[in-house]
Design a protein around this ligand. Structure first.
Ligand SMILES: Nc1nc2c(c(=O)[nH]1)N[C@H]1C(S)=C(S)[C@@H](COP(=O)(O)O)O[C@H]1N2
Ligand SMILES: [Mo]
Length: 410
């Protein structure tokens, strides 16, 4: 029975997939439940498919693999590893990586004592720490941009929350020895472009962010080794900042004394100056018009009831969801049942730390059949709240607009 179910879900077949540039997929596990508001083509092309080691996720592209987490998985505060979204820019992803042989090269002209460290040396040489943090793609909800913009048409699930275990980047950099002229730390993973003209995915972060005690080199996620497609054997974890900086399959870490000029920092992952309520700035990469995206903006999602659920008039209904931000912590979540005219406080659930998903719930009893429009609005520790109208930008980043959810009452 279980085998048949696993087969139907495509799990068994994926595990048996043979080698190839990209692992072969399990046969389609059907059509996903997608949120409303995406470009029409997405409803035709997005399938539920399982990558090796993963449950069926919403496939938005196969080469490179871009798979989104269905909203139903966000009913748990920590996103299961095998349901965690997958995002890649480049299609040449090493098929198997040997954790025992893995070396990270630390150096650059801004370092005084370049060194190569394996996983065992990281684990034994530095204090191990664990932090709960949301990893959210800058382009999460891009597919809901109005008008639509080019790029992967993510719905609500280009994000996840996990407990990340590793060592502080700061502690390792202390061993590597930063020169006082160092301005940025440049990181690169083991994946690479298939075509020479695609710029390699290399990112940098300001030295101050690299030295933040929460920035980690992590090898574990929710108590397990990182899944292959989430960065095995080690990735950077940059709590509060969007996932573009969370380099997977971390291979090199270089301190530089001049601003890094790679495509993925100079040209991509940038936001217009002054439009978004962000407080952290990547100063060495700012120009007059734009700056690199930094911390996540405050946001929330309704996880239950699921779209299409029919509530009964006269019976209590529980609305559940998650809220998160760039690290100020969630202060409150309010719910409106009247299209935003009035708001009532939701109950906040357990606090797993200022970088983690904060669960919330709200109970009410719909009195008569019809449609109730439920809206949720989160606010953070410095009084920032979700946008009432979309702050349009050409890359579709930072979409935290308050979303109406129609609940049918029968
Ligand atoms: N090596 C490598 N790391 C990467 C990327 C990549 O393409 N290659 N993409 C980044 C982006 S934009 C995102 S959103 C996250 C996605 O993390 P995940 O695939 O573990 O969910 O990885 C980041 N780290
Ligand atoms: Mo991303």
């Amino acid at each position: 029975m279980l085998d048949r179910r696993r087969l139907l879900l495509g799990i068994g077949a994926a595990a048996l997939a043979g080698p190839g540039l990209l692992p072969r997929l399990a046969a389609g596990a059907g059509k996903p439940a997608l949120t409303t508001g995406l470009p029409e083509g997405v409803y035709d092309t997005a399938d539920l498919e399982a990558l090796p080691g993963k449950r069926p996720l919403i496939k938005l592209s196969y080469r490179p693999p871009n798979y989104e987490t269905p909203v139903s998985y966000f009913d748990s505060v920590f996103t299961p590893n095998d349901a965690f979204f997958v995002r890649y820019h480049l299609a040449d992803i090493p098929e198997t990586l040997d954790a025992a042989a893995w070396k990270i090269k630390f150096g650059g002209e801004g370092a005084t004592a370049p060194v190569e460290l394996g996983l065992a040396e990281l684990k034994s040489g530095f204090e191990r720490v664990e932090i709960a943090a949301v990893c959210q793609c800058s382009g999460n909800r891009r597919g809901l941009s109005e008008p639509h913009v080019p790029g992967i048409q993510w719905g609500l699930g280009a994000m996840g929350n996990a407990r990340w275990r590793g060592v502080r980047l700061k502690d390792v950099l202390a061993k590597v020895g930063l020169r006082k002229e160092a301005v940025e730390i440049v990181v690169k993973g083991a994946d690479s472009p298939v075509l020479d003209k695609t710029p390699d995915f290399v990112k940098s972060i300001p030295v101050w962010k690299a030295l933040d005690e929460n920035t980690l080199i992590a090898w574990e996620m929710n108590g397990e080794p990182l899944p292959h497609f989430n960065g095995f054997p080690v990735r950077l974890v940059v709590p509060g900042w969007t996932a573009t900086y969370w380099m997977k399959h971390l291979a090199t870490v270089e301190a530089v004394t001049k601003p890094f000029d790679g495509f993925w920092v100079k040209s991509a992952y940038r936001i217009p100056i002054g439009r978004f309520p962000v407080t952290q700035h990547f100063l060495t990469q700012m120009n007059e018009a734009s700056e690199p995206i930094t911390e996540m903006v405050v946001n929330s999602v309704v996880t239950a009831p699921a779209a299409g659920h029919k509530a009964k008039a006269g019976r209590p209904l529980e609305i559940r969801g998650l809220a998160w931000d760039g690290g100020y912590g969630i202060r409150h979540v309010e719910v409106s049942l009247d299209e935003g005219k009035s708001w009532r406080e939701a109950d906040l659930g357990q606090d797993y730390g200022r970088f983690a998903f904060r669960p919330w719930n709200f109970r009410f009893t719909p009195m008569k059949p019809g449609v109730v429009t439920v809206m949720a609005k989160a606010s953070n520790g410095i009084g920032q709240t979700q946008a009432e109208a979309l702050i349009f930008n050409p890359a579709g980043y930072h979409n935290n607009v308050i979303r109406p959810l129609a609940v049918t009452v029968v």
